[in-house]
Design a protein around this ligand. Structure first.
Ligand SMILES: *Cc1c(COP(=O)(O)O)cnc(C)c1O
Length: 218
């Protein structure tokens, strides 16, 4: 099933869109089924779970941290993480920079923007985003690289609203890209809304349940 689901989704994605297979809560056997079908980019939302999987699984897997990041756990992923999607403060970015420095590397990051109606979803608003990007503290960080933006739409059946929220994020992305030319990633879209996200300009989708089946949180 995993191979089939993956093939169907890949067929439907434009070639410039990167698929992050969201394997959180799923066993290593499921990840290996996707790996054997050619998938190399996986997303997790808990740092320790991701670190355990990284230790055991093939080293050519790119691990993306897609969940909310606690600063005291950054050290567990600094050695290997390929992309951190959910950066939502200068304090967190500063900690990622510090841990990256210890491993003598640059960690690629996305800034998470709050686009949903729900107040529960994390992320910066546009004024916080601008304050961060123009601060001297940010400009001094040499071991992180901002590669793009990430956002999550409201959990709703209302397609018009989802489209509007993704459209807003694309507008913000375009305006930041005028200032930071190295931006290339707009991470938006999950199992339920990735088609709309792509129509609105997404270049990276994070898909879990449509590949691996529904999650079982015990
Ligand atoms: C779990 C998760 C996903 C994947 O969700 P699905 O609906 O299973 O595709 C995408 N992005 C984030 C941030 C997640 O936490």
């Amino acid at each position: 099933m995993i191979k089939e689901n993956l093939a169907n989704i890949k067929d439907a994605l434009p070639e410039y869109v990167t698929l992050v297979a969201v394997s959180k809560t799923k066993p290593e056997t499921d990840i290996m089924a996707a790996y054997e079908a050619g998938q190399r980019v996986f997303g997790e939302n808990k740092i320790q779970e991701m670190a355990q999987k990284w230790e055991k699984l093939p080293k050519d897997i790119e691990w993306h941290m897609i969940g909310h990041v606690q600063r005291n756990k950054v050290k567990y992923m600094a050695e290997f993480v390929s992309l951190v999607h959910g950066v939502d403060s200068l304090r967190l970015l500063t900690e990622i920079n510090k841990q990256a420095m210890k491993h003598n590397r640059i960690i690629p990051c996305l800034l998470q923007i709050h686009i949903a109606e729900e107040s529960t979803k994390f992320g910066l608003n546009t004024s916080e985003l601008n304050a961060l990007l123009t601060s001297n503290e940010f400009k001094a960080l040499e071991n992180v690289r901002i590669c793009g933006l990430m956002g999550m739409a409201t959990f709703t059946e209302n397609q018009t609203q989802i489209r509007k929220e993704f459209g807003n994020l694309k507008t913000i992305y375009d305006s930041v890209k005028k200032k930071i030319d190295s931006l290339s990633i707009l991470s938006m879209g999950m199992s339920g809304d990735y088609q709309v996200a792509i129509e609105e300009g997404s270049t990276m989708v994070r898909i879990g349940s449509s590949i691996f089946g529904v999650r079982n949180y015990n």
